[in-house]
Design a binder for this molecule. Sequence first.
Ligand code: COA
Length: 179
Amino acid sequence: MAQSSTGRREERPASPPAKSGGTLSPLVVERIAHADIPDVCALYKHVWDAFEPPLPAALLKSWQPTPLEFTTWMEGVTYFAARRDGRVVGSVGCAISDGSCRIVHLAVAPEGRRQGVGASLVSAATEWARHSSCNSLWVDALERFKAAHAMFRQLGFAEVGVLHRHRWNEDVRLFEKLL
Ligand SMILES: CC(C)(COP(=O)(O)OP(=O)(O)OC[C@H]1O[C@@H](n2cnc3c(N)ncnc32)[C@H](O)[C@@H]1OP(=O)(O)O)[C@@H](O)C(=O)NCCC(=O)NCCS
């Protein structure tokens, strides 16, 4: 089903389609509603606890919100979750400002990677940016997030710079895509 003008809680097939490999159930990407918050918080906890090498404590604290903290994250940011078999396997936020969409808090469960989930979430963010009359999307990714760098390049984002010792004293790579 196509997204409504509010983009609210409407199921639609993920785009691009999830890779099937013959065994995977369909991936559904939909806008997050309040009822989804506990599952999404559990996803972020799982993703960042499992990250190797382990992340600094300050970063973990910042990226593993409680449901109440996530409610605050949702102010002014539109989140989408990807589900397979009803289980949240990925999430992303779109923060729109001055005609540009910043992709935030993109994460896919470790056991669900390389199955097109990240690409489907970025596709949902791109659709949302277009729907919101944005001219571009951008994202910053810590230097250590090599998979994210590879994915954004693969999805047609250009690497446009590096901010040194920017967040948690780590270098951050900037990627953008013009719409
Ligand atoms: C980055 C991340 C979101 C990618 O999610 P994903 O669901 O595995 O990505 P996809 O399966 O959609 O990958 C799409 C393409 O991106 C590229 N890609 C993704 N992960 C890659 C990796 N580890 N190495 C090389 N290329 C990769 C590939 O070209 C891939 O296509 P392919 O599988 O056909 O080769 C996921 O690895 C993740 O959650 N990482 C930890 C959190 C993080 O880094 N978040 C980003 C913050 S900016």
